[in-house]
Design a protein around this ligand. Structure first.
Ligand SMILES: Cc1cc2nc3c(=O)[nH]c(=O)nc-3n(C[C@H](O)[C@H](O)[C@H](O)COP(=O)(O)OP(=O)(O)OC[C@H]3O[C@@H](n4cnc5c(N)ncnc54)[C@H](O)[C@@H]3O)c2cc1C
Length: 376
């Protein structure tokens, strides 16, 4: 090893938002931290890279949105955020609709112009579907919330592609609520604070980790030398996969994965919006991002577009979305029981907790772990 392990108070596994926040806060308190990261870069899934001068989010579009002022102020210490507001357009076999479901969508779908007309239409469709009692699956749940037309055109195909299963085979809890508004407001999120960093997310991490108390080893997988690392370091913060930490002794946790395909266009504006969702079942991708619209960049004559293809996950692929069904919840529970055997390891982040966390939740969880560790 390049570094003398005896120098460090903490080994942090993973340089994503959880690991980086913990490392930054520990370093601020005078602790020495070594970060190991298996990729060749920091920033985890928030990693952004310039392509033709445009910030491309390498692991999928990341829009920061939160009501948590403490977290918003915190990330703004490390980067300037622009005022990007996510306004998604859906393409269903060439028909265009605004998302999330709002008065624009209802007008485009049915020609209705007032909230009362829209509510009546949804009610009529719910009643006609005749779903009684508890919805038995995602299809019934969606129809009982929003009616048949919106389900068929804007939910069914997209959801089936995303999860790789029929909507009738998916549990209803995936859709607990549907964001529905009876105003002409296309803002995808309800949160008070929203934006993307003007110079990309990677800058946040470069700033956080620029400390004489922090060393970083890239291209280093904790799992290849797990026992050595656990012996050599007094404390470990682990943000990798929890089942892998325990050598899959209770079975493998399942994920959905995503494949990204980027293309360069000699044009300033190809699709006219940052995100277009393809909601039919036949188009193999779910979304197309045109990155320059996240930054409102001026004319460059070039645009980069990325298509997002959902795919089944196996260990050779990036794990993106946990599949929190009954089986996986039980497996995760078995691993959680084992955590107490490793009192010197803090398990955190989306892979360590097998939970989908938005970025603000990840930063908040890391700050919470810091408070617990340092009692302040
Ligand atoms: C497609 C997609 C889009 C998203 N869009 C949004 C969005 O718009 N807004 C939002 O708020 N959130 C979004 N998120 C969620 C966001 O990505 C997460 O909140 C965030 O990445 C969680 O941070 P983390 O530190 O837990 O994990 P990560 O960011 O995944 O970081 C973990 C790091 O640990 C490293 N690592 C893992 N195992 C090992 C090991 N054994 N050894 C060494 N290193 C290891 C990994 O390489 C990785 O760099 C999105 C997620 C996905 C999948």
């Amino acid at each position: 090893m390049k570094y003398n392990t005896k120098e460090y108070d903490y080994l942090v596994v993973g340089a994503g938002p959880f690991g980086a926040t913990f490392a930054y806060e520990a370093a601020k308190r005078g602790k020495k931290v070594l970060i190991i990261e298996k990729r060749d870069h920091v920033a985890g899934n928030l990693y952004t890279k310039k392509n033709a001068g445009i910030n491309v989010h390498v692991y999928g579009a990341h829009i920061f949105h939160t009501d948590n002022k403490e977290v918003w102020d915190y990330v703004n210490e490390f980067a300037e955020f622009n005022g990007y507001i996510n306004q998604v357009v859906a393409d269903y076999n060439g028909e265009l609709y605004n998302l999330p479901f709002n008065m624009n969508t209802f007008y485009q779908m049915w020609g209705v112009k007032t909230p009362v007309e829209a509510q009546a239409k949804i009610e009529e469709q719910r009643a006609a579907a005749g779903i009684v009692g508890e919805p038995r699956n995602l299809e019934e749940q969606a129809i009982s919330l929003i009616g048949t037309d919106i389900y068929e055109k804007l939910i069914k195909g997209y959801t089936e592609k995303q999860w790789g299963r029929k909507a009738t085979e998916l549990p209803s809890f995936i859709i607990r609520r549907l964001p529905t508004r009876f105003t002409f407001d296309n803002n995808y999120f309800n949160h008070r604070y929203q934006g993307v960093p003007v110079d990309g997310y990677t800058e946040i991490f470069d700033r956080m980790l620029d400390s004489e108390n922090i060393d970083i080893m890239l291209n280093t997988d904790f799992l290849t030398d797990k026992n050595v690392f656990l012996e050599e370091f007094p404390k470990v913060v682990y943000t990798g996969m929890i089942d892998a930490f325990f050598d899959y002794s209770h079975g493998e946790l399942e994920y959905r994965s995503v494949r990204f395909e980027s293309e360069r266009y000699e044009s300033d504006n190809v699709q006219g919006n940052a995100v277009i969702n393809y909601t039919d079942a036949e188009t193999p991708y779910t979304r197309v991002m045109e990155w320059r619209h996240f930054d409102n960049q001026s004319d460059a004559g070039v645009s980069i577009l990325t298509k997002e293809y959902p795919q089944d996950w196996d260990r050779s692929k990036e794990a993106y979305y946990p599949v929190n069904d009954e089986r996986n919840s039980k497996v995760f529970e078995s691993y959680s029981q084992e955590i107490s055997k490793f009192p010197n390891v803090i398990f955190g982040g989306r892979l360590g907790n097998y939970k989908y966390y938005d970025m603000d939740q990840t930063f908040a969880a890391a700050l919470e772990a810091v408070k617990k560790e340092f009692n302040n």
